[in-house]
Design a protein around this ligand. Structure first.
Ligand SMILES: *Cc1c(COP(=O)(O)O)cnc(C)c1O
Length: 399
């Protein structure tokens, strides 16, 4: 498959992004507005016709362009646009594609904020959403209506770690003339959704891409036309709602992007080690890298093998009380931190039902098969993961 040969890290490395004075890091352009030598160039830039000219930093700025170009190279898209958060990327895409009266088909398991936006916020624009089990492709196709504008999913869903069959979904969306929008936050470099047929790929860069938990940011990777459309001064959602990323942040995120490939491999290696040990001790766990995972073979057919199966793993403690006891003990032993978010160098763990999926009503959590005792781990970059496992085991023995 095409994605296996795609080498996102080398695509990023192949860019030559020098600073203004030959600095090896691109210069930070700390300006909100830009000067023009002629009146005509300014007008043309307003109309989106002047390549390489910058007008105003909510529209575009050079630091964001460097980062956006690197992300487009990573994803294999023509273009990208960077936002002040992952939610800003997701909501910008949705509000750009959908008008009042339109319809969306979405995976029922998504990030809690995305679920809340689709379920609670879109009704005020009269945009209707049908939630489906994304592993049931018949259900996805049946849910498409004449007014459907997009199918929304996560390549690896939060927190159930289901895998979306992007090539098959893309066949369905192309047949019906709707856009396939994919959140690839959990699996950068592991999956290249655009190259498998997705139309638009979104990221919370807050997570793996930045990997330092010092910033909130997002990205939209898409066609040139879509990026022009969202930044159109007259009717572009990004231009008019204004979620542009700050250039100081985009500059720091770009530097972290250059180590993403190394980090992803270590996260995956450590998570695989924990999965194997969890299996040995008979713990109820969920990891797409293990053959027992329902979409293990599907993941193998779609993934960029050298990056492994990702750093996210979940265990089932059956009840929220036992999950809490385990997490408190692990925090005391410094296995990592009891915190939401992911992609950090230390292991982070949280009880999804009581945190990042708490926006999802308990009945829906139950329906989608999410245990109240689910503890989601974002496995860190630990150099000695065996020692980390021993600490986890001590905590398990305590409760
Ligand atoms: C965190 C997250 C988001 C939201 O991103 P922010 O940067 O927090 O706005 C969206 N999707 C997924 C899968 C996430 O994990």
């Amino acid at each position: 498959m095409k994605t296996k040969k795609f080498d996102p890290a080398s695509k990023i490395q192949a860019l030559k992004q020098f600073g203004e004075f030959g600095g090896v890091n691109p210069s930070i352009t700390d300006s909100s507005t830009f000067t023009f030598m002629t009146a005509k160039t300014m007008l043309d830039t307003f109309h989106g016709e002047t390549e390489g000219c910058f007008l105003y930093a909510r529209h575009w700025n050079p630091s964001n362009k460097f980062l956006a170009d690197a992300l487009a190279a990573m994803e294999g898209t023509e273009a990208a646009w960077v936002t002040g958060s992952g939610m800003a990327a997701i909501t910008t895409v949705i509000l750009q594609l959908c008008n009042s009266g339109d319809h969306i088909v979405s995976s029922v398991t998504t990030y809690g904020g995305t679920y809340a936006f689709l379920k609670n916020y879109l009704p005020k624009f009269n945009i209707d959403v049908t939630f489906v089990d994304i592993t049931d492709l018949d259900a996805v196709e049946k849910a498409i209506r004449p007014n459907t504008k997009m199918v929304y999913t996560e390549t690896m869903t939060n927190p159930l770690l289901q895998i979306s069959d992007i090539p098959a979904m893309s066949k369905i969306t192309k047949k019906h003339g709707v856009q396939l929008v994919v959140d690839n936050t959990f699996t950068p470099m592991i999956f290249a959704p655009y190259l498998m047929g997705a139309d638009i790929v979104v990221y919370s860069m807050t997570k793996y891409i930045n990997g330092k938990n010092d910033a909130v940011a997002g990205a939209i990777c898409a066609s040139n036309q879509f990026v022009l459309d969202i930044s159109n001064v007259n009717n572009g959602t990004a231009m008019l709602l204004g979620p542009a990323l700050d250039p100081l942040r985009s500059s720091s995120i770009l530097k972290n992007l250059h180590t993403l490939h190394i980090r992803m491999k270590q996260h995956s290696k450590n998570a695989m080690y924990l999965a194997e040990r969890f299996k040995e001790i008979g713990l109820k766990y969920n990891y797409p890298g293990m053959p027992s995972h329902p979409q293990h073979e599907l993941m193998k057919s779609m993934m960029n093998e050298e990056y492994g199966f990702g750093g996210m793993i979940a265990i089932d403690m059956e009840t929220a009380e036992r999950a809490a006891a385990l997490m408190e003990s692990m925090q005391l032993k410094n296995v990592g931190y009891h915190a939401v978010s992911l992609g950090y160098f230390k292991t982070l763990f949280s009880n999804s039902g009581k945190s990042t999926s708490s926006e999802v009503p308990v009945e829906v959590q139950h329906e989608m098969g999410m245990s109240p005792g689910l503890v989601r781990f974002s496995v860190g970059l630990d150099n000695d993961i065996e020692a980390t496992f021993e600490l986890i085991q001590e905590s398990l023995n305590e409760i």
